[in-house]
Every structure is written in structure tokens, then in C-alpha cells.
Design a protein around this ligand. Sequence first.
Ligand code: URA
Length: 244
Amino acid sequence: MRIAQILFSQGFGNRRVCAGLLQLGLVRVGGRVVEDPHEEFETAGLVFEVEGRPWAYHAQALLMLHKPAGYECSQKPRHHPSILSLLPPPLRTRGVQPVGRLDEDTTGLLLLTDDGALIHRLTSPKHHVPKVYEVGCKHPVDDSQLARLRAGVVLDDDPAPVRAAAAERTGECALSLTLTEGKYHQVKRMLAAVGNRVETLHRSRFGGLLLPTGLAPGQWCWLDDGSRAAVSATGAIAAPAIPG
Ligand code: URA
């Protein structure tokens, strides 16, 4: 692929901006300045530098962010900064979007991609991709609450009950909840429906992917091919390797 097209596809700006980066000698491949916009490179495994910063070529972007509290998942946030502000500009330019949403006060595993078909597949209720939430509650969690969460509770916007695929107590006022849909405020509304109240909410797993312990709040990492396959898995668990 031509270097000008590579830069454009990776989010370094429109064609004029990419041509300007090349003309100014700001792009290197293998340590060599590349000025000719027509020069071709093999994209598989390609790492190039723009203004001294290394960038690995990805035909499609798929990454994991450890969402901190105090960020909104919207592109046009209302009260807090957007999670997109935690990503480098090329990822925003190429249209990376969160796969579903977490509330402003929820922390944990958030996937982002520029692959619209993948977003659709992972958020479709038909696909039953399990998501695991670690929930801190205001009141003690008892067996009858767990049984009701597993059996199904009715929320105010739909007469069909929503069930937790799993609900296990992890502390006096804490539980781990596995959901396969992604309704608006689902965990908070389900806990309210059984007479409790969510005080802290953290997503620890999405499909077959675990949030790695080495990924601090606010940090993100690319997902490699193995992790890509694990994303939509319903059983096996994998944690991506954190570079560096
Ligand atoms: N359920 C909620 O209530 N909030 C989230 O952020 C995610 C799931």
C-alpha cells in the first residue's frame, strides 16, 4: 500500500495533511525518512514513525480501555470528558467508537473499534455475549436477591423479565453478575428491582476477555488476533498481553 494511503487509513489526517507530513520529512519507516507519497510498503506487521512516535499498522482498530470513573462514553459528552479523549488523535480521526456504553461512574473493561459490523455483532442481543460486572451494593446481598436476579426481574420499560446468566455473592455487600444483554442502566435497575442499590460498578470481563491487571485506569491496549477471537467467545477466558 502507498505510504500516503497508509497514513490516511490509520487516522493521520486528510490526504493533504498526510502529504504534508511526508513532505516535511516527519514520517519514517525502519528509521529512514520517507518523502515519496507513492512509495509502497507491505502493511502486515508494519511499524512506522510519525513525528518520532512509533505506530503499528492495523487494518481495523480493536482496542481495550480500562475506563476510569468520571468519563462519558458519548462522543458529545454533557457533564464529563469523553472516553475518546483518553485515546491518541489518530484513533479518534479514524472513527473508533465504544462497543456499547458504560455509565459515567462505571469502571472497567471497554472495547473500542472502527469496525461497525463488529460493534453490531457484539451489541446485538441475539449473540448473547456475556459481560461480567463486579457490583458493590448499599445493603447486604442475600440468597433471595441472588435467586431473583437469576430467575429474572421485570424492569420498567419491558414486561419481559431480564435474567442474570450468573449471580454470585463475593462479599457481604458485593456480588458478581453475568449479563448477556446490554439494556440501559441494566445492572443498577436489576439491583433496584430486588430491593438493593448499586454503589460501585466495575466490568471485569467481556465475552472471553478479562481486563488485565496490568492495565491501569485510563490506559488502553491493542487487541491481538488471539484476543480478537476471544472477544465474542462465550466461554474461554483470555487476558491480552500488555505491551511494555
Ligand atoms: N449496567 C449499568 O447499570 N451500568 C453500566 O454502566 C453497565 C451496566
